[in-house]
Ligand binder design. Structure first.
Ligand code: NAD
Ligand code: GDC
Length: 383
């Protein structure tokens, strides 16, 4: 181990951001352990880690197994998706993510970690501050008083606080970044969990007569290219900044303009067809004053440049599917994921040999306590 800078664990490291981060850390000379309950769809394990551990991080003993011997832990594991997923799967992802976040920070304490990173989200911000498409930018302090977006955002806000107090109480360092819609090659691009950048590139490639858009398209967002995200995580992890920071760009765009940009890369100018769909907040932008102050850096890849690269990669994926005999015209529309209990019913599948149906009573007790605590905490006045 002495030839490596440090041994690090990435929870959820087979995912989009985790695998990019693992590759970068491996290239920089860290010994990278990835723990995930699935393998990466686009890369072989040895491209982004030295050790791959197939584990369900909703189980504490699995989280400890993932983290043992690691000086740095990055928790990027979450049941996660874009608006087509997080709004229609509130209880399932509440359960799964609360268990993962609680276990990973407790595992970090048990193994005596030095530094812990938690992947939070712009979804922590108060919804009432995101009603105007001309959002001037969400400052970090605006997460409180709390009214986050969906249970996904509520769990993220709670887990942020866990990372902060655990570090204070148990003598290690924690770092928290609030990601603003990260996109790039090797991200989820079909199936319902994809976010708007991948969905728009895919729809622009596959649409023939019009471009289908959830909502009136006047809603706004800002986006962050994956390379900037990885750079930001690494800079934050090495910094002395103990408070949550936005990791996003201030380049805000309407969904209508964003759709036109993706069509431009595909040589199309199709009319937009607006339909009902899960829209989320009306206007969201990052405010980067704090990241500039603490890291002397901020994400800099322009949306058009990042989308050019993402669009090319998604085009290749679509052609792979076409060659496999899939009718890719179906990709002109996006799905909304239905609520599914599969991941709850298969709890403990990977950690216990026998499949258990229904929620494990111990886990159920744990979740009740944790969620009850979270709600009590949110209603309490924050210092
Ligand atoms: P992703 O879905 O590609 O990666 C998450 C990984 O977590 C997946 O590989 C998944 O298999 C794994 N995972 C889920 N449940 C697990 C379990 N029980 N045990 C083990 N592994 C489990 O998503 P991503 O885009 O790479 O996001 C990484 C992190 O960043 C997540 O915490 C997400 O909430 C957060 N985030 C992402 C964005 C974004 O725009 N991508 C924005 C805000 C926050
Ligand atoms: O999915 P998303 O990128 O998530 O959606 C942005 C906007 O694009 C929404 O208003 C949505 O209705 C609109 N939209 C229109 N058509 C489509 O086909 C489509 N697919 C998708 N996905 N959207 C479409 C995200 C969360 C993430 C994460 C980030 C943090 O919210 O879903 O989990 O935490 O925020 O920034 P978005 O930006 O609302």
């Amino acid at each position: 181990m002495s030839e490596y800078k440090a041994k690090v664990c990435i929870g959820g490291g087979a995912g989009f951001i985790g695998s990019h981060l693992g590759k970068r850390l491996k290239d920089e000379g860290y010994y990278v352990v990835v723990a995930d309950w699935v393998t990466n769809k686009f890369m072989k394990n040895d491209e982004f880690c030295h050790e791959f551990k197939l584990l369900d991080l909703r189980d504490l003993s699995s989280a400890v197994e993932a983290c043992k011997g690691c000086e740095h832990i990055y928790n990027l594991a979450a049941d996660m998706g874009g608006m087509g997923f997080i709004q229609s799967n509130q209880s399932v992802l509440f359960y799964n993510n609360t268990m993962i976040s609680s276990n990973m920070i407790e595992a970090a304490r048990r193994v005596g970690v030095k530094r812990f990173f938690y992947a939070s989200s712009a979804c922590v911000y108060n919804e009432s501050l995101q009603l105007d498409p001309n959002n001037p930018g969400l400052e970090e302090s605006m997460a409180w008083p709390a009214r986050p977006q969906d249970t996904y955002g509520l769990e993220k806000l709670y887990a942020e606080e866990m990372a902060i107090v655990y570090a204070k109480d148990f003598g290690f360092e924690s770092r928290v970044a609030r990601f603003h819609n990260i996109y790039g090659p090797r991200g989820t691009w079909k199936g319902g969990r994809e976010k708007s950048p991948a969905a728009f590139c895919r729809k622009a490639y596959c649409s023939a007569s019009d471009f289908e858009m959830w909502g009136d398209g006047k809603q706004t967002r800002s986006y962050t290219f994956i390379d900037d995200c990885v750079e930001g995580i690494i800079r934050l992890m090495r910094s002395d900044c103990k408070i949550p920071l936005n990791l996003g760009t201030e380049e805000m765009v309407t969904m209508n303009d964003f759709a036109k940009l993706t069509m431009k890369f595909n040589g199309k100018e199709l009319p937009l067809r607006h339909i009902d769909g899960p829209e989320g907040v009306r206007g969201r932008n990052s405010d980067n004053k704090l990241i500039r102050k603490h890291l002397n850096w901020e994400p800099s890849v322009k949306l058009a440049d990042g989308i050019a690269r993402t669009n090319k990669w998604i085009g290749k994926q679509i052609e792979i599917d076409r060659k496999a005999g899939i009718d890719v015209s179906q990709y002109a529309v996006s799905q909304v994921c239905k609520q599914t209990e599969e991941s709850l019913d298969s709890a403990y599948d990977l950690s216990n040999s026998s499949k258990k149906k229904g929620l494990n009573p111990l886990l159920l007790g744990g979740i009740t306590a944790v969620v009850g605590g979270a709600l009590g905490f949110l209603f309490a006045k924050r210092k």
